[in-house]
Design a protein around this ligand. Structure first.
Ligand code: G7M
Length: 320
């Protein structure tokens, strides 16, 4: 593996987007060498590539964009010639090549320099269902993530207004119950109810995940829920009936954040073993303050994930 930024993906020496000129931004994808294709999701039309530039590894995610309004016009246009792939009675499928720029646009996400954990995160998965008891959490999982978690510099850049400040949807500066809500990195058109996705990042820095929450955090959770729903409604005019509001366990980043995503978005974000609805989290804490310190949390770990080594060494052998 080539040299990466540091052991957990810190990027302090890396310029924040505001510090880069437009030219630098547009040059960023040039001169990368393909190392290998890490994964490909045909359902979401996304492909994940491992790349290399100047002895440093990177990840590039290519994602086809949703159709725009003009596509119907183009496909039905008199000039267009299509190729019949299949035909039976009243049913047929056709291969159509359209020129539309918008349709051919590819959203490209770059992570550079990347570390081994980024490469693993986007590699093809060999899943293992893990039942994390409170004991296993405190003995093995928590210490592992305290040491190995991905760097949260991007989160601090948002909280300190060093990055993405022009994208803030709503915020509350209160140090205990406040937050900053921004569009998610993977979000497409925010004004489209089909693709809306935002994350609210809490101001306090002492909460790693759901596991740390108890009834004393209810004010914080209710505040994020209320103000973000209000802010999203004011800016984008869709309400809570169109949004799935949830936290991940395990999250990818260990600074508490809450997803506000369109109910239309499917995929790994919303898998039942990963997404916990904020309204359920609030209710569980209302019923029992230490609910998330008592609960066995079930989630999927990738066989190639370093956490799996910890599980293999300490859990699977123990159980045998
Ligand atoms: O899985 P987890 O609940 O930890 O989700 C973290 C979310 O943060 C994902 O949906 C990412 O797409 C999003 N995200 C990651 N990064 C590095 C950034 C970033 O730099 N800016 C923003 N706005 N979202 C990010």
């Amino acid at each position: 593996m080539k040299r990466a930024s540091d052991s957990n993906g810190a990027s302090e020496s890396h310029p924040t987007p505001e510090k880069m000129s437009k030219t630098e931004l547009s040059d960023q994808l040039s001169n990368f060498k393909l190392v290998k294709q890490l994964n490909c999701h045909n359902d979401t039309k996304t492909i994940f590539l491992q790349v290399e530039k100047e002895e440093k590894m990177g990840v590039i995610i290519l994602e086809k964009q949703p159709f725009d309004d003009k596509i119907a016009e183009e496909v039905l246009s008199e000039d267009l010639r299509s190729q019949v792939v299949f035909s039976n009675d009243i049913y047929s499928t056709h291969k159509v090549l359209v020129q539309s720029k918008a349709t051919n646009e590819i959203k490209t996400t770059l992570i550079y320099p990347a570390i081994e954990r980024h490469i693993l995160k986007y590699s093809a998965k060999d899943p293992f269902v893990f039942e994390e008891t409170p004991q296993l959490y405190s003995d093995f999982v928590k210490p592992f993530f305290e040491k190995e978690a991905l760097n949260c510099q991007w989160v601090y850049n948002i909280l300190e207004k060093k990055s993405e400040s022009e994208r803030i949807i709503c915020e509350d500066a209160d140090p205990q119950i406040g937050f900053v809500c921004v569009p998610d990195l993977r979000a497409n058109d925010l004004s489209d109810v089909q693709t809306f996705h935002a994350v609210a990042i809490v101001n306090r820095r002492d909460l790693m995940s759901i596991r740390d929450l108890n009834a004393s955090h209810l004010d914080l959770l209710r505040n994020v829920q209320k103000l973000c729903l209000k802010g999203i409604k004011e800016k984008f005019s869709f309400g809570k009936e169109k949004l799935r509001v949830f936290l991940h366990y395990q999250p990818s980043f260990y600074h508490l954040h809450i997803h506000f995503a369109s109910i239309h978005i499917q995929g790994t974000h919303v898998q039942v073993e990963r997404a916990h609805l904020l309204s359920d989290v609030i209710q569980n804490l209302e019923m029992q303050s230490n609910f998330y310190q008592k609960k066995t949390m079930t989630y999927v770990v990738n066989q190639q994930d370093p956490l799996m080594e910890v599980i293999r060494e300490n859990v699977i052998t123990e159980a045998e």
